[in-house]
Ligand binder design. Structure first.
Ligand code: HEC
Length: 312
């Protein structure tokens, strides 16, 4: 894990090197240097893509939609939104986005045209990822097949469907910036926190939200009755009665690979999807790091009860 400490002495020679390299004519390197570097970035990006849960929200699996072409409906308390096309198609996808555009979208929730994204796109977590990791994810997405499929506008009633208030929403709720490692904790714990809070974005589903749809930081991972798609996301803090305090570390590691809970039941819904299409491809060490981090969280007593469905 990086420490993000400011090291002026190492920084300037690196900058100079970067400038020199950038100034070299394109034919100065080995003939295939560029594609090899891109391939390595895409491979690193593929790992992070899986660690993020496989971006399943961007595939309309129910209607046999093409991977990452968007169009999947996502129900929220504020209305229904449709995920967007994140294939490298130049007209309907993100094919014209630069690295900087992509990093800005993930870190600030702002598109290249200046539009603010609805926070159903979990940029409040992705903002914690490093620039390098974000660029690698982009390299992977750009290695996928471009699919032409126009985006569908959200179906939300005013004022929730308006984008301009999102500027204020972000001002209140979005803390832009990379997660800083805690030097008092182990490397494993820091890796686990980075994965859980930034990449795998566990808290986006497992943390309850306030009236304006923002995560309540004091209730991190304490469970949400109204997760995405209206699904109940249980309390995953180590509280013994209302959370997963009775799970052993190895139960969690096994769960993140197989979806089998400590009591032997199969997990359902969105959690099954993020495991199947993502988390299970993480290394055992990374799944263990997440478990170590989760078990270190303060136990929060919070019994999450499903909201009654309308008409029942
Ligand atoms: C897209 C939303 C989403 C994300 C992201 C997500 N979860 Fe879940 N999780 C759920 C839902 C919904 C359930 C309940 C599934 C069920 O009822 O079978 C669940 C269930 C669980 C359970 C079972 C708890 C129990 O008491 O049965 C654990 C443990 C868990 N998640 C851990 C995690 C961890 C760790 C992460 C991040 C690495 C994560 N989840 C990311 C939505 C999510």
């Amino acid at each position: 894990m990086r420490t993000y400490r400011w090291r002026p002495r190492a920084f300037w020679p690196l900058c100079t090197l970067a400038l020199v390299v950038a100034a070299l004519p394109p034919w100065a390197g080995a003939p295939h240097a560029q594609p090899a570097a891109e391939g390595a970035a895409a491979a690193r990006g593929e790992y992070l893509f899986h660690a993020s849960g496989g971006c399943r929200c961007h595939t309309d699996g129910k209607n046999q939609g093409a991977p990452m072409a968007g169009g999947r409906s996502i129900k929220t308390p504020f209305g229904t939104l449709y995920s967007t096309n994140i294939t490298p198609d130049r007209e309907t996808g993100i094919g014209t986005w630069s690295d900087a555009d992509f990093v800005r979208a993930m870190r600030e929730g702002t598109g290249p045209d200046g539009r603010h994204f609805f926070p159903v796109f979990p940029y409040t977590s992705f903002t914690r990822m490093t620039d390098q990791d974000l660029r690698d994810v982009k390299a992977y997405l750009f290695s996928l097949k471009a699919v032409s499929q126009p985006n569908r506008p959200p179906e939300m009633s005013p004022p929730f469907g308006w984008r301009f208030p999102l500027r204020y929403w972000k001002w209140l709720n979005l803390e832009i910036g990379v997660l800083v490692a805690d030097p008092n904790r182990s490397e494993e714990w820091n890796r686990g926190r980075y994965l859980a809070e930034a990449v795998a974005h566990c808290g986006e589903c497992h943390t309850p939200r306030n009236l304006i749809g923002a995560l309540r930081p004091a209730m991190l991972d304490a469970g949400s009755a109204e997760g995405p798609e209206g699904e109940l996301a249980p309390n995953i803090t180590p509280d013994r009665d209302t959370g997963i305090g009775t799970w052993r570390e190895r139960d969690l590691v096994y769960f993140l690979e197989t979806g089998i809970k400590a009591d032997g039941d199969d997990v359902q819904g969105l959690m099954a999807e993020v495991i199947d299409h993502g988390y299970k491809y993480m290394t055992g060490a990374d799944r263990k790091a997440i478990a170590v981090y989760l078990q270190s969280l303060p136990p929060i007593r919070n019994k999450v009860v499903a909201k009654p469905k309308p008409g029942k």
